[in-house]
Every structure is written in structure tokens, then in C-alpha cells.
Write a protein that binds this ligand. Structure first.
Ligand code: EPU
Length: 363
């Protein structure tokens, strides 16, 4: 047993951005790959449901967590390669994503400036392939290291190995709950390719009277846009976009276009010939939910995709609101909204491997 590494009955409100006052039966802050391997290989630990968290910016707890919360806090930003065009950085999974972006912007390392102010940690970025303002994490990943939960073995994954998609990767599919990411290596550019075509970036740059484009200017503009649209998680509990933007086929897209001939730009985006991404925020707003409040839960008045905790909300109240929204969007548009946030506790987070089943319940 590891009394120093495993704590009991730990409050989780400050460890996730919805700030629901739930507890974890067991909790470990894991600050290095070595400690993680030691814990995973320890056969004296019982088979427990577990979750791996970064800074909890994509989680909704509807109840106390009955198992083991593994909080990855591995730090460090290290330059491991540099030539005249590129720089490779190895970054610990527990580093705050936005701190990494700021570190790079200060040094003029380009590639992630459009991802400024995204909440969460570096280790969570590949799992759901975070993206914003025309850029996604997959574009800068060189490789990553992850520890296999069942064996404690370290494995390297290249970008191809990760099978990235929209808010998606192998870690959410075939390898779901099988690996814990411990560090990532990013390939950033010294000569930036600036991406300013998405949404309000150009307009904001103009408003800010930016004369010379730079990665700092783009980062500032994106911080400004996000601060206007998305609530600060320290002031108002939320998890950013609650739902993914649904993908619909050509027929459904044509029907939507016909019913709403003046659809605003960005509501319907072609992914390829037969698939279109629809703005979930728009669908929710059309159903009248934007700014809606019920007790201490609601839909943020400045962005319909953000569900908020006004103070004393329970996870169950937020979940009920989310299912009511899903039902009304389904009824009106025949489009199913899928949550982007992970709703916990989930039965599939239980460790089921034979290795773990041999553990004796000594905790
Ligand atoms: N819109 C509405 N009502 C609203 C908000 C938006 O109708 O209340 C419409 C507007 O037409 C707008 C369009 O939706 O042009 C798209 O809105 P936005 O640019 O805010 O993007 P989004 O699709 O709602 C996605 C990500 C965000 C990311 C932004 C910017 C998903 C699920 N969400 O939101 O990511 O910051 O693009 O790139 O893909 C997150 O994942 O937590 C997150 C905040």
C-alpha cells in the first residue's frame, strides 16, 4: 500500500470546472511517470473503478466517485530538438494547456496560438484532439508517451498511431481506458503559418488595431474572443462546450438549408462531400434555451453550447437540463446531440483486467 500516494474521501469541487461538491473515495496526485508505473504495477491494490483527470475541465460528476481518481500532475517543458525551421518540445501531461501556449507565444514558437485559453491539461489535449479557431492539436503532435494501465509498460505513439478525428482519437475508441498519457512531444514552427480565417479573428484584430500580424497578436485576439463568449470557470462553473457539434449527411443538411435559407455562416460546415458539421449552439438557441435558467443551472446567455452552475447546482440537475435540451433539439430538428463532456461515474471506468482482478482488496 502507498499511504502517501493514495488519499481517502477527498473533495473534488476544486478539481473540476463545474465545481460540483462531490468526493472521491480514493485519490492520488501523480507527479511523475515513475510513480504512475509503480502504482499501476502494485498488485496489492484492489480492483477499483478509476478515472484519470487533468484539471477536470471536461467532466460532469452526477454523484460521488466510488473509486480511485488518478490526478496526473506531471510537469515540465523541455526543448529536445531545434533547427532553423522547427522546435520540438517535450511537455509533461500535467502542464496547464494555456500555460504552455503562453510559454510558446512568449518565445515566438508558432502552431498553438489559436488554441489560447482552452482549459485543461496537456495530457487531455490528444485524447479529445482539442481544437479551436481553425486549428487542432493533431496538427502539432510529433509523438507522445503513455503507460499501459494493465501492464505498466511505456509505449510511444506517433501522430498516425493516435488516429485523430474531430474531438476524437484512439484513446476514446479502441484504446479507451487502456493508456494514461504522461508526456507529449510537439513540433512547433519558427516561421509561423498564421491561421486567421476562422470566425471573428480578423474582425477582432482590426478592432484591436493590430498593424503587424504576429502569433502574440493572434493569441491576444483569441483570448479576447473567448473571454467575451465563454464564462470564466473560476467565477461560473462550466465545462466549455457541453455537446459536440453533430455531423449530419447531405440530405439532412439540404433539409436544414431549405427550412432556414438565411443560415448564418459557420452553422453548417462541409467536412467532405457527404458530411456536414452543424453548430450545436445554433440548434440549442433555435429551441429557445439560450439564457435559460432553472434554479442554479442554466444555459449561458452569451453562448448556447455552455451549460453553467450558478453556485449550488448538483450534477444531476445539470444532467437533467442536458437531456431536456437533447430531447427538444431531437424533436425539432431530428438531430441527436452527443455530450462532449464525460459524465461520471461511468460503469466502464472499472478496471477489469485479469492483472487487476488478482489484487486483494486491502485499501
Ligand atoms: N452560435 C449560435 N448561438 C450561440 C453561439 C454560436 O447560433 O449561442 C452559432 C454562430 O453562428 C457561430 C457558430 O454557432 O458562428 C459557431 O460558434 P463558435 O464559433 O462559438 O463555435 P462552436 O462550434 O460553438 C467550437 C468548439 C469550441 C471552440 C470554438 C471556436 C466544439 C464542440 N466546440 O464551438 O470549443 O472554442 O469552436 O473554435 O467543437 C470546447 O470544446 O469546450 C470549446 C469551447
Amino acid at each position: 500500500m502507498h499511504p502517501n500516494l493514495i488519499e481517502e474521501n477527498i473533495p473534488l469541487a476544486h478539481l473540476h470546472t463545474f465545481h460540483i461538491p462531490v468526493t472521491a473515495r480514493y485519490y492520488s496526485a501523480i507527479a511523475s511517470q515513475e510513480v504512475l508505473i509503480e502504482l499501476l504495477r502494485d498488485k496489492t491494490l484492489p480492483s477499483l473503478p478509476y478515472i484519470v483527470i487533468g484539471n477536470g475541465s471536461n467532466l460532469l460528476f452526477v454523484d460521488d466517485f466510488p473509486g480511485w481518481v488518478q490526478h496526473i500532475t506531471i510537469g515540465g517543458i523541455e526543448k529536445i530538438f531545434e533547427d532553423h525551421q522547427h522546435i520540438h518540445l517535450r511537455v509533461g501531461a500535467g502542464v496547464e494547456w494555456h500555460q504552455l501556449v503562453m510559454w510558446c507565444v512568449e518565445r515566438d514558437y508558432a502552431g498553438i496560438e489559436n488554441l489560447s485559453l482552452i482549459p485543461g491539461t496537456v495530457g487531455a489535449a490528444p485524447v479529445q484532439n482539442i481544437g479551436a479557431y481553425g486549428v487542432s492539436f493533431s496538427e502539432v503532435l510529433e509523438e507522445l508517451e503513455a503507460v499501459e494501465i494493465h501492464t505498466g509498460k511505456v509505449r510511444k505513439f506517433t501522430k498516425q498511431d493516435c488516429r485523430f478525428g474531430y474531438r476524437d482519437s484512439i484513446f476514446k475508441n479502441d484504446l479507451r481506458n487502456q493508456y494514461i498519457i504522461t508526456n507529449v512531444t510537439l513540433r512547433l514552427h519558427k516561421k509561423p503559418k498564421l491561421q486567421i480565417t476562422y470566425g471573428a479573428i480578423q474582425e477582432t484584430l482590426a478592432k484591436m488595431e493590430v498593424q503587424t500580424l504576429s502569433i502574440k497578436a493572434i493569441s491576444d485576439a483569441i483570448i479576447h474572443i473567448r473571454q467575451q463568449k465563454l464564462p470564466d470557470t473560476d467565477k461560473l462553473g462550466n465545462a466549455g462546450s457541453f455537446f459536440k457539434n453533430p455531423v449530419i449527411n447531405q440530405q439532412a443538411a439540404a433539409k436544414l438549408q431549405e427550412a432556414y435559407p438565411s443560415l448564418p455562416a459557420n452553422v453548417l460546415t462541409p467536412l467532405h462531400d457527404t458530411a456536414f458539421k452543424v453548430s450545436a449552439a445554433w440548434l440549442i438557441e433555435q429551441c429557445g434555451w439560450k439564457g435559460y435558467r432553472r434554479g442554479d443551472v442554466g444555459v449561458y446567455a452569451d453562448h448556447a453550447l455552455v451549460l453553467v452552475n450558478y453556485g449550488q447546482a448538483t450534477g444531476q440537475e445539470l444532467l437533467t437540463l442536458s437531456t431536456d435540451i437533447q430531447a427538444s433539439v431531437l424533436q425539432r430538428f431530428q438531430i441527436a446531440l452527443i455530450p462532449e463532456v464525460v459524465i461520471l461515474p461511468l460503469p466502464q471506468t472499472t478496471l477489469k483486467s485479469p492483472d487487476y482482478d488478482t489484487r486483494t482488496p486491502t485499501l
